[in-house]
Design a protein around this ligand. Sequence first.
Ligand SMILES: O=C([O-])CC(=O)C(=O)O
Length: 235
Amino acid sequence: MPTGKRIFLQRELPDKKLIESFSKLPSATIDDCMSRNAGMNARIKLMSKPNKIMCGPALTVKARSGDNLAVQAALNYAKSGDIIVVSTDGEYYSRAIVGEVMLTYAKYQDQLGGIVIDGPIRDIDSLKNFDMPIYATGTTPEGPYTEGPGEVNVPVTVGDRSINPGDIIVGDEDGVVVIPREDAEDLLPKAQAYDQKDAARVHQNQTSGEDRSFVEQALKNKGFEIIDDIYSNRK
Ligand SMILES: O=C([O-])CC(=O)C(=O)O
């Protein structure tokens, strides 16, 4: 088997009920419940106009920089609801990996759950109006090569996060988080409870305001000094 040119068709998939439940939670809540260590880098930005949270199993693509042959393969093998997640060998800004032609296929034929690319796209004039979630680093007219190598459904790194095939990918206007498949069941009730707590805090700040003594306490614990003076007057 030629390592670097493998298209794996099978992956372990998460429970559909878990996907349904995580699709109701904001990415920031999930990230908070994963020690604030699960969100993709801010270079991965939402480029389209979805009307709901993106949530589905990762179909991973390890593309060669500036080349989309493996992404083309992924489109042929994607199942409805999959999130195609594409690593680009660290070439975050050079060549568009997909454009309107491929993503129109993905939207209408694959009914893809979304696509996350650690690189640019093109044809934004049309793609910005898609309700299919499209995440990318930006846009450029410079098109991709379609030569390979590349792989499908192998471990990848996208937005500085490791992703295994079948991990749960959640995305909203803040960006994208990655939930390892094995952690999802344990995480769900914690994230649901946290979401309710967060909503209660927002409500309290809209009305009476929450108790902010925790800030004073943190400053004290960390050894901060609070000085009732002007900076330049200090000896
Ligand atoms: O040319 C390509 O391979 C990608 C592209 O622009 C499109 O999908 O519209």
